[in-house]
Design a protein around this ligand. Structure first.
Ligand SMILES: [Zn+2]
Length: 428
């Protein structure tokens, strides 16, 4: 593997510097480093961030390889600046036993575009009836630490309590998809003024907030760690602020789309905007941006949810929930958080790399760019603007809500342990 010398990249919160990558680590950081024997990448005007870490990705393999594969999804991840992703368990078969999580982990390694950490199911078959073999998944080669029935809520409070207790033994984490199912039966979009106008069944904020409140209390009661997936309402933010104020071990994520898009888009009846949890109001978007800025929400997670054409290009009520996210995440965060002055690049590095890596407990990711750190990094052109072209995406699916929209920044290069996965904005 050849050495690389990255010349003149701006480090978040610091001066432009040269970085020499060798043997998978950042060997040296300084000015005018000697490039002898190394491949040189001119990075004037580019910002260097630690490689992004996604806590919430749907890679669809095994089972729905027509929508995404581990190879295509991780190519999309690398192009988006990610060096690690967490693959959700709602595959077919469900990732609820050691054999499936090991298969996902191994396919990620074979693809080689970014680290793939499988998320294990909390309950057998995501059915919410019986705890899955959490210990066996934790002890497997995939070393699973995050468990989630994502797509489904762990509704039963007794099961949720037992899951939280169980993972304490090995430092695991339960990531909850907070959705009270009876309050959302048949729901199609956010419940509010727009749903009333459109005549679509509403999805009330309380369906999310009531589960988050219950689970914060449960996590505190058993002294375990809770992570809240894709927080989408202002009320959820208030509950998290309260729980964190108590010193409870609760963390939370927000998706890029919930930081930028609102339920007004449902008026198009274009199912590309149909997502779970639903797009909310402009007031919710403001509250989520503030919460990410002040750290009440710890991390951005994409909830990248590829869907085959036939599942998405149909009438609204029949269409699947979910939208693509990996290749546009950094651009959307730049638009929602950097362009609005809420986060600087150091803040983006924290919310999209450092904190998610800490939450997941993955060594080697989310580390400051300094000598001795693993050479996982992304080079970003902060001045570039790109019009999103669905046909140019590496994902196997096309359900991006940003088609034709111009967004800021561009990922120029991504390095995974010193090896480029992306160069000049293209797969290396
Ligand atoms: Zn979910």
């Amino acid at each position: 593997m050849s050495d690389w010398l990255i010349r003149g990249a701006a480090l978040p919160g610091g001066e432009p510097a040269d970085l020499r990558l060798a043997e998978g680590v950042i060997a040296e950081v300084g000015s005018r480093l000697d490039g002898t024997g190394a491949r040189v990448l001119a990075a004037d005007g580019l910002v260097a961030l630690p490689g992004l870490v996604d806590l919430h990705t749907h890679l669809r393999e095994p089972g729905r390889e027509d929508a995404e594969t581990i190879a295509s999804g991780t190519r999309a991840a690398a192009l988006g600046g990610f060096t690690a992703v967490h693959a959700m368990a709602n595959t077919d078969p469900v990732a609820d036993v050691a054999g499936v999580v090991e298969q996902v982990w191994r396919l990620g390694q074979e693809a080689g575009y970014c680290d793939v950490h499988p998320v294990g199911a909390v309950t057998v078959g995501l059915a919410g009836q019986k705890l899955a073999e959490l210990g066996a998944m934790a002890d497997s080669a995939a070393r699973v630490r995050i468990f989630s029935d994502d797509g489904h809520c762990v509704e039963d409070a007794v099961l949720m309590r037992r899951a939280l207790e169980y993972v304490k033994a090995f430092g695991g984490l339960i990531a909850q998809h907070a959705q009270e199912p009876r309050l959302t039966a048949g729901a199609q979009m956010n419940e509010g003024v727009v749903s009333a106008r459109l005549g679509l069944a509403g999805w009330p904020a309380v369906a999310e907030e009531s589960v988050i409140a219950r689970d914060c209390l449960l996590a505190a009661h058993v002294g375990s760690r809770l992570h809240v997936c894709h927080v989408s309402t202002a009320g959820s933010v208030e509950i998290l602020r309260w729980a964190k104020g108590k010193g409870w071990r609760v963390t939370a994520e927000v998706t890029p789309h919930h930081l930028l898009l609102t339920d007004e888009l449902a008026a198009t009846y274009d199912p590309v905007y149909k997502v779970n949890p639903p797009l909310r109001t402009a007031e919710d978007v403001e509250a989520l941006r503030d919460a990410l800025a002040d750290g009440t929400i710890d991390a951005v997670a994409t909830d990248h949810a590829p869907h085959a054409l036939e599942d998405k290009e149909t009438e609204w009520s029949a269409a699947a929930f979910g939208m693509l996210g990996l290749e546009t995440a950094l651009s959307v965060v730049a638009e929602a958080m950097v362009a609005t002055g809420r986060l600087d690049w150091a803040g983006v590095a924290d919310r999209m790399s450092v904190r998610p890596a800490q939450i997941a407990g993955i060594a080697g990711q989310g580390q400051r760019l300094q000598a001795g750190a693993p050479a996982n990094l992304v080079l970003v052109d902060p001045a570039a603007r790109t019009v999103v072209d669905p046909s140019a995406l590496a994902s196997r699916s096309r359900n991006t809500p940003y088609a034709g929209r111009e967004l800021p920044v561009r990922v120029q290069a991504t390095f995974l342990r010193g090896r480029p996965t992306v160069l000049d904005g293209k797969l290396a």
